[in-house]
Ligand binder design. Structure first.
Ligand code: BT5
Length: 325
Protein backbone atom coordinates (compact mmCIF):
# COMPACT_ATOMS: atom_id res chain seq x y z
CA UNK A 1 0.00 0.00 0.00
CA UNK A 2 1.37 3.41 -0.79
CA UNK A 3 0.87 5.57 2.22
CA UNK A 4 2.84 7.08 5.03
CA UNK A 5 1.45 6.71 8.52
CA UNK A 6 2.05 9.39 11.09
CA UNK A 7 2.09 8.13 14.62
CA UNK A 8 3.54 10.34 17.32
CA UNK A 9 2.74 8.87 20.72
CA UNK A 10 4.57 11.62 22.59
CA UNK A 11 1.65 13.89 21.70
CA UNK A 12 -0.53 12.03 24.18
CA UNK A 13 1.55 13.33 27.08
CA UNK A 14 2.50 16.82 25.96
CA UNK A 15 0.52 19.63 27.52
CA UNK A 16 -0.40 23.16 26.46
CA UNK A 17 -0.06 24.39 30.01
CA UNK A 18 2.92 22.91 31.76
CA UNK A 19 6.28 21.41 31.02
CA UNK A 20 6.93 17.70 31.05
CA UNK A 21 10.51 16.43 31.20
CA UNK A 22 12.08 14.32 28.49
CA UNK A 23 12.89 11.78 31.20
CA UNK A 24 9.22 11.35 32.14
CA UNK A 25 8.19 11.09 28.50
CA UNK A 26 10.76 8.40 27.85
CA UNK A 27 9.58 6.50 30.95
CA UNK A 28 5.85 6.76 30.01
CA UNK A 29 6.49 5.64 26.45
CA UNK A 30 9.23 3.10 27.19
CA UNK A 31 11.56 4.70 24.66
CA UNK A 32 14.94 6.45 24.87
CA UNK A 33 15.32 10.22 25.36
CA UNK A 34 16.77 10.44 21.86
CA UNK A 35 13.62 8.77 20.51
CA UNK A 36 11.52 11.33 22.42
CA UNK A 37 13.58 14.14 20.95
CA UNK A 38 13.06 12.69 17.45
CA UNK A 39 9.29 12.71 17.95
CA UNK A 40 9.44 16.33 19.11
CA UNK A 41 11.32 17.22 15.92
CA UNK A 42 8.66 15.43 13.89
CA UNK A 43 5.94 17.47 15.60
CA UNK A 44 7.84 20.68 14.90
CA UNK A 45 8.03 19.74 11.24
CA UNK A 46 4.26 19.25 11.24
CA UNK A 47 3.79 22.80 12.47
CA UNK A 48 3.64 22.42 16.26
CA UNK A 49 5.34 25.18 18.23
CA UNK A 50 7.02 23.49 21.14
CA UNK A 51 8.95 25.11 23.95
CA UNK A 52 12.01 23.09 24.91
CA UNK A 53 13.99 23.71 28.08
CA UNK A 54 16.94 21.55 29.04
CA UNK A 55 15.77 21.31 32.67
CA UNK A 56 11.99 21.66 32.51
CA UNK A 57 11.36 19.67 29.33
CA UNK A 58 8.71 20.42 26.73
CA UNK A 59 5.32 22.04 26.33
CA UNK A 60 3.09 22.97 23.40
CA UNK A 61 2.82 26.65 22.56
CA UNK A 62 0.50 26.18 19.58
CA UNK A 63 -0.85 23.40 17.37
CA UNK A 64 -1.41 23.27 13.61
CA UNK A 65 -4.83 22.23 12.34
CA UNK A 66 -4.03 18.73 11.25
CA UNK A 67 -6.13 15.73 12.05
CA UNK A 68 -3.74 13.68 14.16
CA UNK A 69 -5.66 11.02 16.12
CA UNK A 70 -4.58 12.40 19.50
CA UNK A 71 -6.05 15.79 18.55
CA UNK A 72 -9.36 14.44 17.25
CA UNK A 73 -9.74 12.04 20.17
CA UNK A 74 -9.18 14.56 22.94
CA UNK A 75 -12.71 15.49 24.08
CA UNK A 76 -14.35 13.13 21.59
CA UNK A 77 -17.64 12.03 23.14
CA UNK A 78 -18.35 8.73 21.42
CA UNK A 79 -18.55 5.12 22.55
CA UNK A 80 -17.15 3.45 19.46
CA UNK A 81 -16.92 5.77 16.45
CA UNK A 82 -13.36 7.10 16.22
CA UNK A 83 -11.97 5.11 19.14
CA UNK A 84 -9.37 3.83 16.67
CA UNK A 85 -8.10 6.35 14.13
CA UNK A 86 -5.43 5.82 11.47
CA UNK A 87 -4.01 9.07 10.15
CA UNK A 88 -1.84 9.43 7.06
CA UNK A 89 -0.10 12.30 5.43
CA UNK A 90 -1.27 10.98 2.11
CA UNK A 91 -2.89 7.82 0.71
CA UNK A 92 -4.45 6.78 -2.57
CA UNK A 93 -7.97 6.71 -1.08
CA UNK A 94 -9.04 6.42 2.57
CA UNK A 95 -11.89 4.12 1.47
CA UNK A 96 -9.43 1.78 -0.24
CA UNK A 97 -7.14 1.79 2.80
CA UNK A 98 -10.09 1.02 5.10
CA UNK A 99 -11.21 -1.86 2.86
CA UNK A 100 -7.70 -3.33 2.83
CA UNK A 101 -7.57 -3.09 6.60
CA UNK A 102 -10.88 -4.94 6.91
CA UNK A 103 -9.59 -7.72 4.67
CA UNK A 104 -6.44 -8.04 6.78
CA UNK A 105 -7.90 -10.36 9.44
CA UNK A 106 -4.89 -9.87 11.70
CA UNK A 107 -5.87 -6.25 12.18
CA UNK A 108 -9.20 -7.36 13.63
CA UNK A 109 -10.74 -4.01 12.76
CA UNK A 110 -13.52 -2.84 15.06
CA UNK A 111 -16.73 -1.07 14.15
CA UNK A 112 -16.20 2.67 14.17
CA UNK A 113 -12.56 2.59 13.06
CA UNK A 114 -11.69 5.75 11.15
CA UNK A 115 -9.11 6.39 8.44
CA UNK A 116 -8.09 9.99 7.80
CA UNK A 117 -5.71 11.44 5.23
CA UNK A 118 -4.31 14.86 4.70
CA UNK A 119 -4.23 14.31 0.94
CA UNK A 120 -5.49 11.59 -1.41
CA UNK A 121 -3.69 10.80 -4.64
CA UNK A 122 -6.58 8.75 -6.04
CA UNK A 123 -9.67 9.91 -4.15
CA UNK A 124 -12.75 8.17 -5.48
CA UNK A 125 -16.29 9.30 -6.22
CA UNK A 126 -19.15 7.02 -7.24
CA UNK A 127 -19.15 4.97 -10.44
CA UNK A 128 -15.41 5.27 -10.96
CA UNK A 129 -15.43 9.05 -10.84
CA UNK A 130 -12.50 10.99 -9.39
CA UNK A 131 -12.66 12.93 -6.14
CA UNK A 132 -10.15 15.78 -6.02
CA UNK A 133 -8.52 15.69 -2.62
CA UNK A 134 -5.88 18.37 -2.17
CA UNK A 135 -4.23 19.36 1.09
CA UNK A 136 -6.64 21.29 3.34
CA UNK A 137 -9.67 19.06 2.92
CA UNK A 138 -11.22 16.56 5.29
CA UNK A 139 -10.90 13.09 3.77
CA UNK A 140 -12.30 10.51 6.14
CA UNK A 141 -13.61 6.92 6.04
CA UNK A 142 -15.63 5.19 8.74
CA UNK A 143 -15.78 1.40 9.02
CA UNK A 144 -19.08 -0.24 10.03
CA UNK A 145 -20.17 -3.82 10.61
CA UNK A 146 -23.93 -3.38 10.83
CA UNK A 147 -26.27 -6.24 11.51
CA UNK A 148 -28.62 -4.97 8.80
CA UNK A 149 -29.90 -6.08 5.41
CA UNK A 150 -28.01 -4.88 2.30
CA UNK A 151 -30.98 -2.65 1.38
CA UNK A 152 -29.85 -0.37 4.21
CA UNK A 153 -26.95 0.89 2.16
CA UNK A 154 -28.89 3.82 0.68
CA UNK A 155 -30.21 4.72 4.13
CA UNK A 156 -26.63 4.88 5.43
CA UNK A 157 -25.77 7.40 2.69
CA UNK A 158 -28.83 9.53 3.45
CA UNK A 159 -28.01 9.32 7.15
CA UNK A 160 -24.46 10.52 6.51
CA UNK A 161 -25.79 13.53 4.61
CA UNK A 162 -27.89 14.40 7.67
CA UNK A 163 -24.80 14.03 9.88
CA UNK A 164 -22.89 16.47 7.67
CA UNK A 165 -25.73 18.99 7.63
CA UNK A 166 -26.07 18.83 11.44
CA UNK A 167 -22.34 19.26 11.97
CA UNK A 168 -21.88 22.08 9.47
CA UNK A 169 -24.94 23.97 10.67
CA UNK A 170 -24.01 23.78 14.31
CA UNK A 171 -20.51 25.12 13.66
CA UNK A 172 -21.17 27.66 10.91
CA UNK A 173 -23.97 29.92 9.81
CA UNK A 174 -24.11 28.73 6.20
CA UNK A 175 -27.01 27.69 3.92
CA UNK A 176 -26.05 24.07 3.25
CA UNK A 177 -28.53 21.71 1.61
CA UNK A 178 -28.62 18.05 0.54
CA UNK A 179 -28.69 17.21 -3.13
CA UNK A 180 -29.92 13.64 -3.47
CA UNK A 181 -28.40 11.27 -2.71
CA UNK A 182 -24.90 12.15 -1.58
CA UNK A 183 -23.97 15.79 -2.15
CA UNK A 184 -23.92 18.63 0.31
CA UNK A 185 -24.19 21.83 -1.64
CA UNK A 186 -24.01 25.49 -0.85
CA UNK A 187 -25.41 28.07 -3.26
CA UNK A 188 -25.60 25.39 -5.97
CA UNK A 189 -21.95 24.35 -5.55
CA UNK A 190 -20.66 21.08 -4.20
CA UNK A 191 -19.09 21.30 -0.76
CA UNK A 192 -19.06 17.64 0.37
CA UNK A 193 -19.44 14.20 -1.18
CA UNK A 194 -20.19 10.80 0.32
CA UNK A 195 -19.07 7.44 -1.03
CA UNK A 196 -20.70 4.46 0.70
CA UNK A 197 -19.18 1.12 -0.21
CA UNK A 198 -20.33 -2.26 0.98
CA UNK A 199 -19.59 -5.96 0.86
CA UNK A 200 -22.66 -8.14 1.42
CA UNK A 201 -24.19 -11.58 1.11
CA UNK A 202 -27.73 -11.87 -0.17
CA UNK A 203 -29.31 -11.14 3.19
CA UNK A 204 -26.63 -9.56 5.33
CA UNK A 205 -23.96 -6.90 5.19
CA UNK A 206 -20.35 -7.95 5.80
CA UNK A 207 -19.03 -4.43 6.08
CA UNK A 208 -19.67 -0.86 5.04
CA UNK A 209 -17.10 1.88 4.49
CA UNK A 210 -18.54 5.38 4.54
CA UNK A 211 -16.21 7.85 2.83
CA UNK A 212 -16.74 11.53 3.50
CA UNK A 213 -15.06 14.37 1.66
CA UNK A 214 -15.43 17.94 2.89
CA UNK A 215 -13.79 20.83 1.08
CA UNK A 216 -12.66 22.53 4.26
CA UNK A 217 -9.57 24.74 4.00
CA UNK A 218 -9.22 24.67 0.24
CA UNK A 219 -8.50 27.78 -1.79
CA UNK A 220 -10.24 28.26 -5.16
CA UNK A 221 -6.99 27.77 -7.11
CA UNK A 222 -6.48 24.37 -5.51
CA UNK A 223 -9.51 22.95 -7.34
CA UNK A 224 -8.77 21.61 -10.79
CA UNK A 225 -10.13 23.81 -13.57
CA UNK A 226 -12.61 21.16 -14.51
CA UNK A 227 -14.55 21.42 -11.23
CA UNK A 228 -13.61 24.93 -10.06
CA UNK A 229 -16.86 26.61 -11.05
CA UNK A 230 -18.98 23.83 -9.52
CA UNK A 231 -17.16 23.44 -6.19
CA UNK A 232 -17.17 25.36 -2.93
CA UNK A 233 -15.04 25.26 0.20
CA UNK A 234 -15.74 26.22 3.80
CA UNK A 235 -12.72 28.49 3.91
CA UNK A 236 -14.05 30.42 0.95
CA UNK A 237 -17.62 30.67 2.25
CA UNK A 238 -16.65 31.61 5.78
CA UNK A 239 -13.77 33.86 4.81
CA UNK A 240 -11.17 32.19 7.01
CA UNK A 241 -9.64 28.81 7.79
CA UNK A 242 -11.83 26.56 9.89
CA UNK A 243 -10.77 24.08 12.57
CA UNK A 244 -10.82 20.73 10.83
CA UNK A 245 -10.31 19.01 14.16
CA UNK A 246 -13.52 20.48 15.65
CA UNK A 247 -15.44 19.60 12.51
CA UNK A 248 -14.27 15.98 12.43
CA UNK A 249 -14.90 15.51 16.15
CA UNK A 250 -18.48 16.76 15.77
CA UNK A 251 -19.02 14.69 12.63
CA UNK A 252 -17.98 11.54 14.48
CA UNK A 253 -20.22 12.34 17.44
CA UNK A 254 -23.24 13.07 15.24
CA UNK A 255 -22.47 10.00 13.15
CA UNK A 256 -22.65 7.74 16.19
CA UNK A 257 -25.99 9.25 17.29
CA UNK A 258 -27.63 8.87 13.85
CA UNK A 259 -26.15 5.42 13.25
CA UNK A 260 -27.48 4.25 16.62
CA UNK A 261 -30.93 5.47 15.52
CA UNK A 262 -30.58 3.63 12.23
CA UNK A 263 -29.60 0.39 13.98
CA UNK A 264 -32.67 0.77 16.20
CA UNK A 265 -34.72 0.90 12.96
CA UNK A 266 -35.64 4.55 13.45
CA UNK A 267 -34.82 5.69 9.94
CA UNK A 268 -38.05 7.71 9.82
CA UNK A 269 -36.59 10.20 12.30
CA UNK A 270 -33.47 10.59 10.14
CA UNK A 271 -35.55 10.90 6.99
CA UNK A 272 -37.57 13.74 8.50
CA UNK A 273 -34.40 15.71 9.04
CA UNK A 274 -33.17 14.81 5.56
CA UNK A 275 -36.35 16.21 4.02
CA UNK A 276 -36.11 19.42 6.04
CA UNK A 277 -32.73 20.07 4.44
CA UNK A 278 -33.43 18.78 0.95
CA UNK A 279 -32.47 20.80 -2.08
CA UNK A 280 -33.84 18.24 -4.51
CA UNK A 281 -37.47 17.89 -3.41
CA UNK A 282 -40.04 19.95 -5.27
CA UNK A 283 -37.67 20.58 -8.19
CA UNK A 284 -37.88 19.47 -11.81
CA UNK A 285 -34.81 17.36 -12.33
CA UNK A 286 -33.16 14.82 -14.60
CA UNK A 287 -31.75 11.76 -12.90
CA UNK A 288 -29.36 9.38 -14.54
CA UNK A 289 -29.82 5.89 -13.15
CA UNK A 290 -28.56 2.59 -14.58
CA UNK A 291 -27.81 4.21 -17.94
CA UNK A 292 -31.28 5.75 -18.22
CA UNK A 293 -32.31 9.39 -17.96
CA UNK A 294 -35.50 10.14 -16.09
CA UNK A 295 -37.05 13.59 -16.14
CA UNK A 296 -39.72 14.83 -13.78
CA UNK A 297 -40.51 16.43 -10.45
CA UNK A 298 -38.76 15.08 -7.36
CA UNK A 299 -41.73 14.62 -5.04
CA UNK A 300 -40.58 12.47 -2.14
CA UNK A 301 -38.07 10.11 -0.54
CA UNK A 302 -39.54 6.79 0.60
CA UNK A 303 -38.85 5.08 3.90
CA UNK A 304 -36.61 2.77 1.85
CA UNK A 305 -34.49 5.78 0.89
CA UNK A 306 -35.65 5.89 -2.76
CA UNK A 307 -36.20 9.16 -4.59
CA UNK A 308 -39.70 9.42 -6.09
CA UNK A 309 -39.90 11.19 -9.45
CA UNK A 310 -43.26 12.16 -10.93
CA UNK A 311 -42.74 11.98 -14.68
CA UNK A 312 -44.64 14.10 -17.21
CA UNK A 313 -47.15 11.34 -17.86
CA UNK A 314 -48.02 11.34 -14.15
CA UNK A 315 -46.22 8.08 -13.29
CA UNK A 316 -44.23 7.83 -10.08
CA UNK A 317 -40.81 6.26 -10.49
CA UNK A 318 -38.76 5.12 -7.48
CA UNK A 319 -34.97 5.44 -7.82
CA UNK A 320 -32.57 3.97 -5.27
CA UNK A 321 -29.32 5.16 -6.79
CA UNK A 322 -28.43 7.67 -9.45
CA UNK A 323 -27.03 11.08 -10.18
CA UNK A 324 -29.06 14.28 -10.40
CA UNK A 325 -27.87 16.33 -13.35
C1 BT5 B 1 -18.91 11.73 -4.48
O1 BT5 B 1 -19.01 11.05 -5.67
O2 BT5 B 1 -19.33 12.82 -4.26
C2 BT5 B 1 -18.20 10.95 -3.40
C3 BT5 B 1 -16.99 11.64 -2.85
C4 BT5 B 1 -16.41 10.90 -1.68
C5 BT5 B 1 -15.05 11.38 -1.32
C6 BT5 B 1 -14.53 10.73 -0.06
S1 BT5 B 1 -13.08 11.47 0.52
C7 BT5 B 1 -12.80 10.19 1.61
C8 BT5 B 1 -13.21 8.90 0.91
N1 BT5 B 1 -12.12 8.34 0.17
C9 BT5 B 1 -12.37 8.33 -1.15
O3 BT5 B 1 -11.58 7.89 -2.03
N2 BT5 B 1 -13.57 8.87 -1.39
C10 BT5 B 1 -14.24 9.25 -0.16
P1 BT5 B 1 -19.87 11.53 -6.91
O4 BT5 B 1 -21.28 11.80 -6.47
O5 BT5 B 1 -19.64 10.49 -7.91
O6 BT5 B 1 -19.23 12.88 -7.37
C11 BT5 B 1 -18.00 12.92 -8.02
C12 BT5 B 1 -17.95 14.21 -8.84
O7 BT5 B 1 -17.83 15.34 -7.99
C13 BT5 B 1 -16.76 14.27 -9.79
O8 BT5 B 1 -17.02 13.65 -11.01
C14 BT5 B 1 -16.54 15.79 -9.94
O9 BT5 B 1 -17.41 16.32 -10.89
C15 BT5 B 1 -16.98 16.33 -8.58
N3 BT5 B 1 -15.85 16.55 -7.67
C16 BT5 B 1 -14.68 15.86 -7.59
N4 BT5 B 1 -13.92 16.31 -6.58
C17 BT5 B 1 -14.61 17.31 -6.00
C18 BT5 B 1 -14.35 18.16 -4.90
N5 BT5 B 1 -13.26 18.09 -4.14
N6 BT5 B 1 -15.31 19.08 -4.59
C19 BT5 B 1 -16.44 19.19 -5.30
N7 BT5 B 1 -16.73 18.42 -6.35
C20 BT5 B 1 -15.84 17.47 -6.69
Amino acid sequence: MNFKEIDIPVLLYLSDKKYITGERLSKYLGISRVAVWKQIQKLKKLGYHIAADSNKGYFIISRPDILLPAEVQSNLHTRYIGKQIYYYDWVNSTNSVAKNFIKDKEMNLQEGTVVIANEQSAGRGRLGRTWHSPHGGVWVSIVLFPDLEPAYISKITLMTAVVLIQSLKSLFDIPVLIKWPNDIIIEEKKLCGILTEMSAESDRINYVVVGIGVNANIAREQFSEEIRSRSASLQEKIGKQISKTSLVRLMLENFEKQYDLLKRKQFVTILKEWKLNAHTLGKKITVESAGQKIFGEAVDITTEGALVIKTEDGKKVHILSGTVQ
